[in-house]
Design a protein around this ligand. Structure first.
Ligand code: FEO
Length: 398
């Protein structure tokens, strides 16, 4: 169903309740998603972004409730990833003379995706297009989250269309932030930031400062996924500012895998020590945990402790990917530690420690290695290690 944001400005996207993973299987989406597209009717008819191509027919039918798609004059293509550009070829088949406004980097990605000789218009930060009684103003937003990403600002209605930024993978009945469960909305906005935007946090901070310095009013923030921020729209900008700072909190995450429970017992004891030191933990057995939920908890935590048994002179194959995530997502400000059990050789702990150092984290001590099953004194050592990590974290926060 079409939804009006302001006079002659409409949401014309689709709601994907069934989506359980995004980017192939890279990102879990427990609450589905939406692909938001917006239509502006003025002297010019403007479409801002499209939808993922499997939903093209539904999208075109929705557009037809408002316009003949052949009458579209301008498509603003804020970002080329296919969840927003997948229906663009069909729109351009229906409206072949439409102008496609893209960022400078979009002139790489859009032709690269579609290999069509469309009527592209490159727009840079500060450029504007008059559409009759209103103006579209463009702001390049490289690495929020692709080099080609840009924001579009509908000046007279003070609506910001920031594409992926400020979005959530959150399928809902209603389209606005004040109409949905606030706890669910917060969880999805945070998961989205933690899993997609964390590595670009310095760019997020810079872009937010730039937008605030522009001093323009913002009545609404209409992202390309999830609900539209109309009630106190700047709340999500403030949250992004806070999240981009990656301030540590007094929480820990313990990640582990185990072969015969020795490393699991160590994880439990380290959790006990952290608790004695006043730090609550989430303990994740990695093979049975959702990777993206784990990443969200790591994002929130001030301490991360990683454990693995030793196998084949290294870590368990289930642990290697989360170590790569710790590096690739460029988490900052974490106190970390390593632990694990072994039988004949004990490489897992030094390998985890070395990896954590290579991520730029402070690593507490040498970690704890236990040969065979932990004895009572080994578990005491693990508890002491947990307390040591808690103390280190507390010192940082004081
Ligand atoms: Fe970067 Fe929603 O795609």
């Amino acid at each position: 169903m079409v939804v009006e944001l302001a006079k002659n400005v409409y949401w014309v996207g689709v709601v994907d309740w069934a989506l359980d993973h995004f980017h192939g299987h890279e990102l879990s989406t427990h609450r589905g998603s939406t692909y938001n597209s917006y239509l502006i009717k003025d002297e010019k008819t403007v479409l801002i972004d499209t939808v993922w191509d499997p939903f093209t027919d539904e999208f075109v039918e929705r557009l037809k409730e408002l316009v003949d798609p052949a009458d579209i004059d301008i498509v603003v293509a804020n970002h080329s990833e296919v969840d927003h550009s997948g229906a663009l070829p069909e729109i351009m088949r229906l409206a072949p003379n439409a102008t496609v406004a893209v960022s400078p980097k979009g002139m790489d990605s859009f032709p690269g995706h579609y290999h069509k000789d469309w009527n592209f218009k490159v727009v840079k930060t500060g450029d504007s297009i008059n559409i009759g009684s209103r103006n579209l103003v463009f702001i390049e937003a490289p690495m929020l989250h692709w080099p080609d990403s840009m924001f579009t600002y509908l000046k007279e209605d003070a609506i910001l269309f920031p594409n992926d930024a400020f979005g959530q993978h959150f399928a809902t009945t209603y389209r606005f932030n004040d109409q949905v469960d606030q706890k669910e909305l917060y969880e999805e906005a945070l998961k989205y930031y933690a899993n997609i935007l964390t590595p670009y946090s310095p760019m997020v901070s810079k872009k937010i400062d730039e937008i605030i310095a522009m001093g323009v009013p913002v009545n609404m923030i209409a992202p390309s996924h999830g609900v539209i921020w109309r009630d106190n729209p700047m709340q999500i900008v403030e949250l992004y500012k806070e999240w981009a700072s990656q301030k540590p909190s007094k929480k820990a995450v313990i990640l582990y895998d185990t072969m015969w429970n020795a490393t699991r017992k160590m994880a439990d004891a380290i959790n006990g020590g952290l608790g004695e030191g006043g730090v609550s933990s989430r303990v994740f057995h990695i093979p049975t945990s959702d990777r993206n939920d784990v990443i969200t908890e790591i994002f929130k935590a001030g301490a991360v402790v990683v454990g693995s048994s030793t196998i084949n002179n290294g870590v368990l194959p289930t642990i290697a990917p989360i170590l790569e995530d710790l590096k690739g997502l460029k988490f900052r400000n974490k106190v970390t530690g390593a632990f694990g059990s072994y039988g004949w050789s004990g490489e897992s702990v030094p390998k985890i420690k070395k990896h954590l150092e290579s991520c730029g984290f402070d690593v507490v001590g040498e970690g704890v290695s236990v040969k065979w099953q932990p004895a009572a004194e080994d578990l005491d050592t693990c508890r002491a290690f947990g307390r040591q990590i808690a103390d280190e974290l507390s010192n940082r926060l004081s």
